[in-house]
Design a protein around this ligand. Structure first.
Ligand code: A3P
Length: 338
């Protein structure tokens, strides 16, 4: 009799346990799916066309931190807000990684696509409401961030952004200038190869064959003269409105760089080591949203660079050196660039 009762009890416990585990698994899967993420999916290319970059209401509701507000029933209606911060560059500095990592913060909502509003005359002519419509839905306490790396080097952009919001926060992510120039070249080279076209070697583009000096007409070189571009921006914005992110450190040690950005944006520290894990296959840090959903950046981020003649590298580093010194002086951030 006693044995029979024990068996019945064991059976009941088993059923209850299975129900509890089943419910837990369902909840985890549901919260994850609402965030529209796929396990270990690449970021780029997930959004087919423009206009698909808006985070749907359901996903926003479940973005960490908002759930509580919803439970209290005091959440305000979502809307499309103009960005309060823009990652203005630099191309190949790690702009995508920075945007995606900041988006881990519950108070940050990213515009997934590069909008190219301020650097493209045709887009700019469409007006500020067109720009706002390109933004994702967000709640008033959240900040929208967009990134368009071409802004940093385009002449008209500082004035245009100033006209929209003179107190906007501006993020610039930089890498060691020669490495950045080679990364820039690698991207163009890959584009050519995809179209079965041939392309010059980096050395040929970076060095003027007539003078044997650095070719300052080459865009990849010019973009890496950070101080020249920053000086144009400083005609409109005080230096306090800029935050310089170390793109080389974002690769190897992202959390401290992100914490500096949180501080600059006056956000409470929410991004933690839990949200970032090193993926040995990719050779980069990837993003962890919850126990089920992780994602790495697309393969187009983190390309293998071609080998470049060491004498060319040395020449470029020597060329950038005085510009770098000036950049450190203006920004108050020093890097160990050679
Ligand atoms: P490389 O392809 O030269 O390695 P951007 O997004 O501005 O185009 O920058 C691309 C660069 O971001 C890549 O340059 C890569 O080194 C860097 N990056 C930084 N963090 C990364 C990450 N977690 N995953 C992939 N790439 C990252």
């Amino acid at each position: 009799m006693l044995f029979k009762q024990q068996a019945l009890l064991r059976q009941k416990l088993f059923v209850l346990g299975s129900l509890a585990i089943g419910s837990l698994l369902y909840l985890v899967a549901r919260v994850g799916s609402l965030d529209r993420l796929q396990p270990l999916c690449p970021i780029d290319g997930r959004f087919g066309s423009r206009g698909q970059d808006e985070i749907p209401l359901r996903a926003l509701q479940f973005k960490r931190g908002l759930l509580h507000e919803f439970r209290k029933g005091n959440a305000t209606k979502e809307q499309k807000q103009l960005p309060k911060a823009i990652i203005i560059g630099v191309r190949k500095g790690g702009t995508r990684a920075l945007l995606e990592m900041l988006n881990l913060h519950p108070a940050v909502v990213k515009a997934s696509q590069e909008i190219h509003f301020f650097d493209n005359d045709e887009n700019y002519a469409k007006g500020i409401e067109w720009y706002r419509k390109k933004m994702p839905f967000s709640y008033p306490h959240q900040i929208t961030i967009e990134k368009s790396p071409a802004y940093f080097i385009t002449e008209e952009v500082p004035e245009r952004i100033y006209k929209m919001n003179s107190s906007i926060k501006l993020l610039i992510i930089v890498r060691e200038p020669t490495t950045r120039a080679i990364s820039d070249y690698t991207q163009v080279l890959e584009g050519k190869e995809r179209k079965n076209k041939t392309y010059y070697k980096f050395e040929k583009l970076a060095i003027d064959p007539n003078t044997c000096e650095v070719n300052t007409k080459y865009k990849a070189v010019r973009t890496s003269i950070y101080t020249k571009h920053l000086e144009r921006w400083l005609k409109y914005f005080p230096i306090e409105q800029f935050h310089i992110v170390d793109g080389d450190r974002l690769i190897t040690e992202p959390l401290p760089e992100l914490q500096l950005v949180e501080k600059f944006l006056n956000l409470p520290p929410r991004i933690s080591q839990y949200n970032l894990y090193f993926n040995a296959t990719r050779g980069f840090y990837c993003l962890r949203f919850n126990i089920v959903f992780n994602k790495c950046l697309a393969g187009s981020k983190g390309r293998i660079h071609p080998e470049v003649d060491t004498s060319v590298i040395t020449k470029l580093r020597k060329f950038f050196h005085p510009f770098n010194q000036k950049f450190y002086q203006i920004t108050g951030r020093t890097f160990n660039w050679p």
